[in-house]
Design a protein around this ligand. Structure first.
Ligand SMILES: NC(=O)c1ccc[n+]([C@@H]2O[C@H](COP(=O)([O-])OP(=O)(O)OC[C@H]3O[C@@H](n4cnc5c(N)ncnc54)[C@H](O)[C@@H]3O)[C@@H](O)[C@H]2O)c1
Length: 249
């Protein structure tokens, strides 16, 4: 649907789920994709599916130093990187009174600091190259104080991603760097498998979504791909809801 000819785009968390669908859309649009993920087995297998248009690198979004090293290596090993899409992340389902300090720290470290680390490392590269497009995958949870599955630590990490997105958009615009975020709601992936299998919880959540259904990963990917493409050339700092109508702002 979107044109990515002659573009090379990094996608974190692209071994499966929403990230994989995003990578697929880039390749279908004529581009090349750099798949970054913690899961080497799935990441390598996904890269193979894209017939020479994808390369896999292992990354741990929970390790700032590793993120910087991997982004540096990718930039050094490819002629040009045109965009960065941060999809990788984890859920935290603990009720507020049950969150341990470790769970809080890990959720913020992977979801928020991981996004910060990749953005921070590629930012000077984009400045030097005359620009680049960044898309961060957030969540409806970041807007409404906890989502349908993710609770306080998750919501806080994603609210942080929204703030970071706006700040990069504001500061990076003058260098041709755009930064936008997508906030999905309940989407059928490995992350929500246990929820979808619990009929009572599933029905409760579906009833909170005006479209009365969960999304499929490709539907979220469409909004990500729009923000990552030149079709969104004047869109910057937007926190886009892709949630079936939950957030009406
Ligand atoms: N599925 C939903 O309902 C939903 C809703 C709102 C937001 N989101 C967000 O969408 C994004 C993608 O989620 P998904 O549903 O496709 O989940 P998923 O679990 O299918 O995919 C997440 C990917 O991130 C990778 N990952 C996890 N920790 C990592 C780390 N430390 N370093 C590198 N990679 C790591 C995983 O290996 C996996 O490939 C996440 O940021 C999630 O918070 C999902």
């Amino acid at each position: 649907m979107f044109d990515f000819k002659e573009k090379t785009i990094i996608v974190t968390g692209a071994a499966q789920g929403i990230g994989k669908e995003t990578a697929k859309g880039i390749v279908e649009g004529g581009g090349d994709v750099i798949i970054l993920d913690l899961n080497s087995e799935k990441g390598e297998a996904t890269a193979k599916e894209f017939n020479g248009h994808a390369t896999f690198y292992k990354i741990d979004l929970g390790d700032c130093k590793n993120c910087r090293e991997v982004i540096n290596t990718v930039c050094a090993e490819h002629d040009k990187i045109d965009g960065l899409i941060n999809v990788g992340g984890i859920i935290s389902k603990a009720k507020f009174e049950d969150i341990s300090d470790e769970e809080w720290e890990r959720t913020i470290r992977i979801n928020l600091t991981g996004t910060y680390s990749t953005c921070s490392e590629i930012y000077p590269y984009f400045m030097k190259n005359g620009g680049g497009r960044i898309v961060n995958v957030s969540s409806v949870a970041g807007k409404i104080g906890g989502g349908l599955l993710g609770t306080a630590a998750y919501a806080s990490s994603k609210a942080g991603v929204n703030g970071l997105t706006k700040a990069i958009a504001k500061e990076g615009g003058k260098y041709g760097i755009s930064c936008n975020a997508v906030c999905p709601s309940f989407t059928h992936t490995a992350m929500t498998k246990s929820l979808a299998e619990d009929k009572e919880k599933n029905d409760l959540i579906i009833n909170m979504i005006p479209l009365r259904r969960a999304a499929e990963p490709y539907e979220i990917a469409q909004m990500i791909l729009f923000f990552a493409s030149d079709a969104a050339s004047f869109v910057n700092g937007e926190i886009g809801d892709c949630d079936g109508g939950i957030v009406l702002d």
